[in-house]
Design a protein around this ligand. Structure first.
Ligand code: L34
Length: 252
């Protein structure tokens, strides 16, 4: 029998969305035979305590991957926490070493959400090479790495953000539009080019109901392909996490 693969997931506090996502990740692990180990810490956990837990997981030879679910409570510096994770166990690819490796194109892990988005674009059958790719949002978790991955595939990439002038004009140029801003129905049909591929990374809760950053009902009439929320990028994020966990186990 082969070696058992173990993913350690740390969740701090009681963010209800984080709970749903972490439960989903644990279900995925169970389904494919990865052992998952949850460390649920209370909201008043100190940064020192969290760092000590990471040290112990780094040191354990039976732990292949470590994931600290974000967001963390405000009194904890997320960057310190991410930097503490052994970069070879960093299945989120958030550690600066892994971020740097992505930048130069020599990587072991890709961040889960942007890598999932790339798989969805590929599945649409539309090639990225030479196309106008517009990423709306510039977070370290999605926007910035997403732009880099599209660039690696030879897209012509524009990153838009809250200070962008004429956002609608820029979006209308996009053959491939990836939206990660966290505002319900932010992208409307008038901002989308006919035949575009539209990827909605948004995960907004409106009185209990999930909705994306794209006004799906109107935009689907214009788009060549579009991802729904739920049932689009979220499950792909989790699938890539499983892939990264297997990669981490192979690396060691
Ligand atoms: N460390 N923190 C770390 N790594 C990550 O990769 C994440 N992310 C984001 C939040 N914090 C993180 C996730 O896991 C977002 N995210 C995530 C993961 C899964 C889903 C959504 C976001 C997901 O499964 N979405 C389902 C619906 C779930 C529901 O009912 O709420 C979907 O179909 O979209």
């Amino acid at each position: 029998m082969g070696k058992e693969i173990t993913l350690a997931v740390i969740i701090v506090g009681d963010d209800s969305a984080s709970r749903v996502y972490v439960d989903g990740k644990k279900r995925d692990c169970a389904e494919i035979g990865i052992k998952s180990e949850e460390h649920a810490l209370s909201a008043d956990t100190t940064e020192q305590e969290l760092l000590a837990l990471i040290d112990s997981l780094n040191a354990r030879s039976d732990v292949d991957g470590i994931l600290v679910q974000l967001p963390l409570p405000k009194h904890i510096n997320a960057q310190n926490v991410i930097m503490r994770i052994d970069h070879q166990k960093d299945v989120d690819a958030f550690h600066p070493i892994n971020v740097g490796k992505i930048m130069v194109g020599n990587f072991s892990f890709l961040p889960c959400t942007p890598a999932g988005v790339m798989e969805l674009i590929k599945e649409s059958g539309v090639s990225i090479e030479g196309k106008e790719c517009v990423v709306v949002g510039r977070s370290n978790i999605v926007g910035k790495p997403q732009a880099m991955l599209l660039l690696h595939e030879n897209g012509t990439v524009t990153i838009c953000h809250s200070r962008t002038k004429n956002l609608a004009d820029v979006c209308r140029r996009a053959d491939i539009l990836v939206v990660a801003v966290g505002k319900s129905r932010f992208i409307t049909a008038d901002m989308v080019k006919d035949g575009a591929v539209v990827i909605d990374v948004g995960m907004n809760r409106e009185d209990g109901k999930l909705c994306g950053d794209v006004d799906f009902e109107s935009v689907k009439e214009k788009a060549f392909a579009i991802t729904p929320v739920p049932g689009g990028v979220g499950p792909m994020t989790r699938a890539i996490l499983m892939r990264n966990t297997v990669t981490a186990a192979k690396l060691r």
